[in-house]
Design a protein around this ligand. Sequence first.
Ligand SMILES: Cc1cc2nc3c(=O)[nH]c(=O)nc-3n(C[C@H](O)[C@H](O)[C@H](O)COP(=O)(O)OP(=O)(O)OC[C@H]3O[C@@H](n4cnc5c(N)ncnc54)[C@H](O)[C@@H]3O)c2cc1C
Length: 470
Amino acid sequence: MSVAIHWFRRDLRIADNTALNAAVAAHDQVVPVFVLSKWQRDHDWCGAARQEFLCGCLASLAKNLEAKGGRLIIREGPADAALEKLIRETGATAIHFARDPDPYGRAMEARVATMVQRLGVTVHPHQDHALHERDEVLTGSGTPFRVFTPYARAWLKLDKPTHGRTFARLSTPPEIVSLALPTLATWGLTSDVKIIEPGEAAARKRLGRFLDGPVFDYGTLRDIPVAENTSRLSQDLRWGLLSIREIYARCTELAVRGNEAQRRSIGIWINELIWREFYFHVLWHTPEVLDHEFQPDCRALKWRDHWRPGKRSGGAEFQRWCAGQTGFPIVDAGMRQLAATGFMHNRVRMIVAMFLTKDLHIWWMHGESWFMRRLVDGEIASNNGGWQWSASTGTDAAPYFRIQNPWSQTKRFDPDGDYIRRWVPELRDVSGPRLCAPPGPGLPIAKGYPLPMVDHVAARDAALDMFRRE
Ligand SMILES: Cc1cc2nc3c(=O)[nH]c(=O)nc-3n(C[C@H](O)[C@H](O)[C@H](O)COP(=O)(O)OP(=O)(O)OC[C@H]3O[C@@H](n4cnc5c(N)ncnc54)[C@H](O)[C@@H]3O)c2cc1C
C-alpha cells in the first residue's frame, strides 16, 4: 500500500485541486491533513472573522472528503513538526501541497522540504492558486514587471492551464488520529461579525450566480457599492474554494457565446483577476513591500503614526477611522460595513484608504494591518498592493497629486446615499445630495453624527506638501 500526505493549506476544496488530484492518482491511500497554526493565535494580522470563515470551510471540506470515502485529519503545531509526526505514523512516502504565494507560507515550505529530505520522503509542490505563477510572466529581458498594464498584456498572451476532473474516490488509512474540527475557541477568539457562507458548495453557488448574469453588467456597475454587482468571490479565491482554472475556462466559454458588450464586461472582470496575480507577482519578487514602501523615494515620507502597527496601534484619529466615526459618511459607511460583515466594496476600500493616508496623513501600514484583522478575504499580497496604491507609494500607485475627494466620490458612486444609509443609521433620514457635500461649519449632517474630523481641502494641501518635500 503506498501512502501519500496531501497537506491542505489555502486550497480548501476537492474540485480540480491540483495537488490532491496528483496525490490520489499516484497512491493507494491519501492522508488529507490541515495543520492548525499557532501563528493565527499570536500574530496581529489574525482576524476572528477570517478564522470563523476558515472553520466553516474546514467543516465543509471534511464532509466533502467523507463523501468521497476519505477523512480530513486535523493536527496542530508548526507544520513541519506536525507533518513529520504524521509521516512517521503513516509510513507516507510522498507529500503533496499547493505552493503558497506569500513569503510566510514559502518559509514553511522550505522547512518542510528540508524535513522530508531528511526522512527520504518525496516532496511535490504544485501550482494551484494562480493561472500564472512567479517567473511565468516576465519582461522581454526576463525581469519582473513593476507596472500593471504591461504585466496584464503579457499575462493575457500566455496559454492558460486547463482544469481537470475531480478524483472519484479517496481512501484514508482508518487508524490515523485527528483533532476535532476547530472553532474560534481554538484560538481564543470571539466574533459578532455576520460573515458570508463558508465552504466549497457556497462558493460554487456564488460563482454560478455571478456568471449567470451580474458578470455581464460588471463593466458598468462594478463601482456602485449599493448595486452589489461584483462577484463576492474574494474570500473563495483567498481560501482556494474555487479553482482559478475553472473560473477562467467558464469565463472564456461565456465570452465566446456572448455579444460584444458582454465580452467587454467579462474582460473587465478578468482584468481584476489579473490584478490579483500581479500583486502575487509583486510580493514574490519584492517581499520587502511588507516592510516598507515599494517606491524607494517614498520611504522617508513624514506620515503621522509612523511606527509599525502591532502592540501599539494608531492614535485617536486612527481609532475614529476604525470605528467609522470620521464625519465623512462614505468613509464611515465603508468602515461599518467592514466591522459588520468582514467585507467592503472595492471602490469604498479605495476611498477609506485614501482618506486615511491623504486626509489624516496616517501611515498606510496601520490601515493595512486593520484590514488584515477585519477582512474575511484578507490576502497579504492584494491588501498590501491596494494600500500602497492608495498611499501613492506602490507599483502603479495613484499619482500623489491625484487625491480623491470623499464628497465628490460620494456624488459619483453613491449619489442617492443608499449605500451610506444602509450602514450609517444616524443618517437614515438624510437625503442623497446632503451626503455629497460637507456640512456648514459646526453643523452636523444629522443629530448624533460627528462633524467631519478634517477639512478635506486643507488636508489635501497638507498631503501634497508632505509628498513635495520628499
Ligand atoms: C486598500 C485595499 C485593500 C484590499 N485588500 C484586499 C484583500 O485583502 N483581499 C482581496 O482579495 N482583495 C483586496 N482588495 C481588492 C478588492 O477590493 C477586493 O478583491 C474586492 O473588493 C473583492 O470583492 P469581489 O470578490 O466582489 O471582487 P470582484 O470585483 O468581483 O473581482 C473579482 C476578484 O478579482 C480580485 N480582485 C478584484 N480587485 C482586485 C484588486 N484591486 N487587487 C487584487 N485583486 C483584486 C479578487 O480576487 C476578486 O474576488 C483591496 C483593495 C484595496 C483598495
